[in-house]
Design a protein around this ligand. Sequence first.
Ligand code: HAM
Length: 419
Amino acid sequence: MNKLKGMFDITTDQGYYALIQNAIQTMVRAHDIKRIDTPLLEASELFHRGMGDDTDVVSKETYTFQDRGNRSVTLRPEGTAGVVRAFIEDKLYADPDNVKKMYYEGPMFRYERPQKGRFRQFHQFGVEIFALPSPALDADLCALAYDFMNTLGLSGHLEINQLSKSSKPAYTQALKAHLKPHLNTLCSDCQNRFEKNPLRILDCKVDHDHPAIQSAPMPLDYMSEEETAYFNRVKSHLDALKIPYTVNKKMVRGLDYYTGIVFELKVDEAMLGHQNTVAGGGRYDELVQTLGGPEVPATGFAFGLERLVVALKEANIPPLNPPLDLYIMVLDETLSETALTLARKLRLKGARVDLAYHGGSMKKQFKAVTHKNASYAAILGPDEVEKGCLTFKNQRADASSEVALNDLSTMLNILGVNQ
Ligand code: HAM
């Protein structure tokens, strides 16, 4: 039996995911963001209403099926819609705190054509913030995403844009009028998008350099004065935070719910090819209402963890692979119980300990010490037991120390385990 196409096992890459988990914890702790978990499976309607029927994700990429009760259900293709549903259903908006920050991480499912950095089951780390619009908040969210990458040792480039809420109909009309005469020279995807989702034509990868797209009116040209002032404030906050960014006038994002500032973080194409967008997000001020809740504006982003793993490897950043503190070599089978007892006591005090269950020659056991990258090796043989002490051999330096077999505290000190 093989895994399904576009799916993958996480086996030897666990250290990279552990590294990412650490960075997530560092960031959410620093920003005081609470965790939220929502089901992997939701009513299909949530995504149709939330993300937009005409988006590629909803129209072509969802895993949708009838459950045994004949309900149409969908494996979540992203986290935002589920978080908003929970926000409404659990009345989280009633919390007196006027800024509600939440994060999630877990698997998402999209039936896409698999390629480097693009899978059918992948993982996202996302943050959603429910609060009145504020340029400071939007800039802080960009800073969080940017700093998260730095925490990992990666550098991402921030691209921002703003989609006008007030003039979306007028803008869409102008864009269509501009593109119409060139329609038959655009790619087939763009021809389909023309009626259903014309804004997406702007960030088409195929027609990227098409003259009609290059000369098309951009959402930024249609901002109200108020929206322009808002965008300028976000930019000046980013300048003050010394976060480099470029304004990408053509960025529209793939989902329908965005209403204002949108942004993406990208790494070098050399690392990930076309799938070099590691994070995307933006303001979605109307989604809570669209899904039946009160008028609560919101903003957020999500990172794709697999793309980060590829970027970490390309940047030669080592995975998190904490070494074993101690490997106990057992030279005689009759000493197994002494070794087990010692290992157990040290483990319960927080040390990372393994031991030779099967005995074997000294040479073989030393090989295990090296293979497991243990910081210390201890040899337990009849001589040691008779003397009542054990030699801790430092594997990183040419040094060893003798410790009484019952002196747990000194052992822990040597291993550097806080007591
Ligand atoms: P998205 O741009 O669709 O936004 O996805 C966010 C990130 O998930 C992408 O930048 C990419 O790194 C990763 N990703 C998406 N599809 C795949 C795939 N098939 N394989 C691997 N990685 C993938 C959203 O999902 C929004 N919910 C983000 C958001 C949160 N906006 C506001 N709040």
